[in-house]
Design a protein around this ligand. Structure first.
Ligand code: JFZ
Length: 696
C-alpha cells in the first residue's frame, strides 16, 4: 500500500519530497567519486608505496604529519579535471547519479567552504570549486547529484585525533562545524539526491539533529545509514555485499574497483578490464535483483583525469546495459521467497527477467512456486525459448545451438495477468503452529554506528497449508512483547492486534525446568563488528584444541557476570542444554550493549540495547529440540570498561494467550501469514517479536 502511495505522489524526479524517494529507488546504478588531496599522493609517500589501509586514508596509514599532508594542497593543480567529462562517462556507463566526496576523513574540502580555508578554492593553486562544477555539469546533463560527507575530521582542531577505527565521537564544536558545512552544501549546490554520511560515533541527539537539518533544507535528500542511531533513509551494505536475505528497506551497496582502495593508487595492479567488467556487471545484477542500488566508485588521479582502466570498464558496462538495461531500470526485486544459485531475477510489471549463468548449457531452469501462465519467453537480444510445465512447475528449456552469454544470458518472461508466487512452506512447520524460527524473515539494517550494526528482522512470513475456509488464530506472547501493536496479515487481509490483555497460560509446549538439563558452559572472547555472525556452520565444537573456547566451570545461573572488556569487543557464551522432549523453554538473558541469541545455529533474537543501557534483561523462548541443544550468546560491549551479562532460568514462566479473531482463507491449498509491527517509528529497528507463537 505504501509503495502504491509513493507511486502516485511522486511523478517527477526534480522535486520529490516523499521518502523513500521513488527516483532514488529507481536509480539502480550510480557513480561514487573519491577524489581529494590524497589522489595527488596516489598511494605513495616519500617515494614509497603505502601498502596498508585505503589510499584515501594515506595520511593515517602512512603516518604523515598533519602539516606535511596539508602542504600537498600547495601543489594540487588538477589541470585535467573536467566535470562534464566525468558526468558524461557516468551517463555513458548507464548511471543515474554521481556521489562526490565533499569532505573525506582528512578534512580537506573539495568545495568552497566558508568555515575553513582548508578547501580546494582557498588552499590550492587551482582555486576552483570542483564540486560546484560537478553539480552544474550534472544538472546540464540530466544526472542527479549527491555528496559524501565524512563525519570524522582529522584536520579540525577541536575534533578527536586520528584513530585506527574512524569511529570516534564528535565533540560539540566538531558537531557544530559539521552542521554548518552540511548546511552550506545543501543550500549552495542545488538539489542533492543523497547525502552519504560516513563513520564517527554520534550520540542519538547528534544523529537526530543532522537528520532533521538535512530534512528541513532538502526534504527529498536521501540520508545514508552511516549517520548512525537508525536515523537514515537507506542502509549501506558492506563493500561488495549482496544480501541473500530479503531486505525490506531502501538500501545500497557501495563498491570500489579493487577491495584495497577507493582513492587513486598509482601502483594498483588492475588486470584485464573484461574480467573486471564481468565482475561488476554481476554485482550490479545481484544488487538490483535483491532490491538495492549499486554505487560504483572511481578514484580520479591528482591531475583530475580518470584512470583509463576505470573508464574502459565503465564504458563496457554501459554497452552491456544498452542491450540488457530493460531488465535493470524500472524493475523491482526478485519476487520469489528463495534465491536460486546462478539465477538473478528482476520484475517489471508482468515481465520477469532472468539473468542466468547456466542456460543454454544446463538445458533447463525450474521456476518453483510460479503460479499462473507464461504468455511468451524470449532471450533479450533475440530468439525464443521453449517453456512448459512439469509436475505443476514451470520450466524453461535452453537450446544447444546457442552460446551462453557472459556474464549472463538474459531471458524475459511475459506473464499472464494475475500470476503469483506461492509462499514457501516452512521446513519444520508443525500443523496449525507458526513460530518465528521457521519463518522467512524480512530484514533491515539497524546501526548505531559502523561497529554496532546488525541485520535486523522487521517482519516474518510463513507459508502454511490449511483446508478449512477460515481460521481463528490465537497469539501467544511474553512480557517482552506486551504492549506492542502488531499487524497480522493472512492471505492479504490484515488486522491490527495489540498485544495486551491476554490470558496467562502455561501451554503444553512450554518445557518445565526439570525437562531441561544444562550441560557444560563455555566462554570465548571475540572482537569484530557486532552484527557479524559468530559462527558459520551450525554446530560449535568448543572442546577442540585451538578453538579458543574455555570451559567455564564456575558459571552460575542467575548471577550477573562482570568481565573486563575492550572497546568494541564481545564475549561468546555457549551453553549446552539437553531436553527430554521438544518444546519452548524460557530463559532470562541479561546483556550489554547488544546481544545475539543463537540456538542450534539459527538466529532467535538479535538486537542492540534499546536506549544505550549497559545491562538489559529480557525473556527469551528457546524452541528446544529433543536431545542435545547448543545455546550461543554473543554479548557486545561498545565503549564501557566492563561487560555485564547473565543467564537465568524462569521457573515460574507463563505466557499470554490472545484471540486474534477470524480470518477468511482464500480457496487455495497454500496460504501466507505475515507479521510485523504496526507502523514502526523507525524502519530499521528490530521488531523483537521472537517469542511470538501463532496457533489455531
Ligand atoms: C569508509 C571510509 O572509511 C573509506 O575511506 C571509504 O570512504 C568508504 C566508502 O567508506 O570505509 C568503509 C566503511 C565500511 C565498509 C567499507 C568501507 N564496510 O562496511 O564494508
Amino acid at each position: 500500500m505504501k509503495v502504491l502511495i509513493f507511486f502516485l505522489l511522486t511523478t517527477s524526479c526534480v522535486q520529490a519530497a516523499v521518502k523513500p524517494d521513488k527516483c532514488w529507488l529507481d536509480q539502480k546504478f550510480s557513480m561514487f567519486i573519491h577524489w581529494g588531496l590524497y589522489s595527488e599522493l596516489g598511494g605513495m609517500w616519500a617515494g614509497k608505496p603505502v601498502t596498508s589501509g585505503y589510499s584515501e586514508q594515506i595520511q593515517a596509514h602512512g603516518g604523515i604529519f598533519g602539516d606535511w599532508y596539508a602542504a600537498v594542497a600547495g601543489r594540487f593543480l588538477p589541470g585535467c579535471w573536467n566535470a562534464d567529462t566525468v558526468v558524461a562517462l557516468a551517463k555513458k556507463a548507464g548511471m543515474k547519479s554521481v556521489v562526490f566526496t565533499s569532505k573525506h576523513h582528512d578534512g580537506f574540502c573539495m568545495y568552497h567552504s566558508k568555515y575553513t580555508d582548508y578547501n580546494i578554492v582557498d588552499a590550492t593553486p587551482f582555486g576552483r570549486d570542483v564540486m560546484k562544477e560537478l553539480a552544474e555539469a550534472c544538472r546540464r546533463q540530466g544526472m542527479r547529484f549527491g555528496v559524501y560527507f565524512s563525519l570524522i575530521d582529522w584536520h579540525f582542531p577541536q575534533a578527536y585525533p586520528i584513530s585506527s577505527h574512524n569511529a570516534d565521537p564528535l565533540t560539540p564544536e566538531h558537531y557544530e562545524y559539521n552542521r554548518k558545512q552540511v548546511e552550506e552544501i545543501l543550500t549552495g549546490y542545488g538539489p542533492v539526491s543523497e547525502i552519504w554520511f560516513d563513520m564517527g560515533s554520534l550520540t542519538l541527539q547528534q544523529s537526530r539533529g543532522l537528520y532533521r537539518l538535512v530534512d528541513s533544507l532538502q526534504p527529498g535528500c536521501m540520508i545514508s545509514g552511516r549517520l548512525g542511531n537508525d536515523c537514515s533513509d537507506f542502509s549501506v551494505m558492506a563493500d561488495n555485499e549482496y544480501p541473500e536475505e530479503k531486505i525490506g528497506v531502501p538500501w545500497q551497496t557501495a563498491a570500489s574497483f579493487f577491495d584495497e582502495t577507493w582513492g587513486y593508487r598509482s601502483w594498483q595492479k588492475r588486470g584485464d578490464p573484461r574480467v573486471k567488467t564481468a565482475e561488476k556487471i554481476k554485482s550490479l545484477v545481484k544488487v538490483v535483483s535483491r532490491g538495492g542500488n549499486y554505487l560504483l566508485n572511481i578514484g580520479p588521479k591528482g591531475d583530475g583525469s580518470i584512470v583509463s582502466f576505470e573508464r574502459e570498464v565503465l564504458e563496457k558496462i554501459g554497452k552491456w546495459l544498452e542491450k540488457y538495461g530493460e531488465g535493470i531500470y524500472g524493475t523491482q526485486r526478485n519476487p520469489f521467497d528463495r534465491l536460486y544459485p546462478g539465477q538473478e531475477i528482476t520484475l517489471k510489471g508482468d515481465c520477469m527477467y532472468i539473468f542466468t549463468d547456466s542456460l543454454p548449457d544446463l538445458q533447463s531452469i525450474r521456476l518453483d512456486g510460479l503460479r499462473g501462465n507464461i504468455l511468451a519467453a524470449s532471450y533479450v537480444g533475440g530468439g525464443e525459448i521453449r517453456f512448459g510445465r512439469e509436475n505443476g512447475e514451470w520450466h524453461l528449456y535452453g537450446k544447444n545451438d546457442r552460446q551462453p552469454e557472459s556474464p549472463f544470458t538474459v531471458i524475459c518472461l511475459q506473464l499472464a495477468r494475475g500470476w503469483k508466487i506461492e509462499p514457501l512452506l516452512s521446513p519444520g512447520k508443525k500443523h496449525n503452529l507458526l513460530v518465528p524460527a521457521e519463518a522467512v524473515p524480512l530484514y533491515a539494517y539497524s546501526s548505531i554506528d559502523y561497529y554496532t550494526g546488525f541485520r535486523s528482522m522487521i517482519a516474518y512470513t510463513w507459508g502454511f497449508e490449511e483446508a478449512a475456509p477460515k481460521i481463528r488464530p490465537v497469539v501467544f506472547y511474553t512480557d517482552n512483547e506486551k504492549g506492542k501493536d502488531i499487524c497480522m496479515r493472512v492471505d492479504g487481509k490484515e488486522k491490527r492486534i495489540r498485544l495486551e490483555g491476554g490470558r496467562k497460560v502455561k501451554p503444553a509446549s512450554l518445557l518445565a525446568g526439570e525437562k531441561v538439563k544444562p550441560g557444560k558452559t563455555w566462554i570465548k572472547n571475540s572482537g569484530s563488528v557486532f552484527g557479524s555472525r559468530p559462527l558459520s556452520g551450525k554446530k560449535v565444537y568448543p572442546g577442540e584444541e585451538g578453538s579458543g573456547w574455555e570451559e567455564w566451570t564456575g558459571f552460575r545461573w542467575g548471577a550477573i557476570q562482570e568481565r573486563k572488556a575492550r572497546e568494541r569487543s564481545s564475549v561468546l557464551l555457549l551453553q549446552e542444554l539437553e531436553a527430554e522432549k521438544a518444546g519452548d523453554w524460557m530463559v532470562e538473558v541479561g546483556s550489554g550493549n547488544g546481544i545475539q541469541v543463537i540456538l542450534n545455529g539459527e538466529y532467535i533474537s538479535v538486537h542492540t540495547s534499546p536506549r544505550g543501557q549497559v545491562y538489559n534483561r529480557e525473556t527469551v523462548l528457546l524452541p528446544l529440540k529433543k536431545g542435545k541443544n547448543q545455546l550461543l550468546l554473543k554479548l557486545y560491549n561498545r565503549f564501557e570498561k566492563k561487560l555485564c551479562f547473565s543467564l537465568d532460568t524462569c521457573e515460574n514462566a507463563f505466557i499470554y494467550r490472545l484471540e486474534a479473531g477470524e480470518y477468511l482463507l482464500k480457496p487455495e491449498k497454500r496460504h501466507r501469514c505475515e507479521v510485523h509491527l504496526w507502523h514502526p517509528e523507525v524502519p530499521n529497528r528490530a521488531m523483537r517479536l521472537n517469542n511470538l507463537r501463532i496457533k489455531w
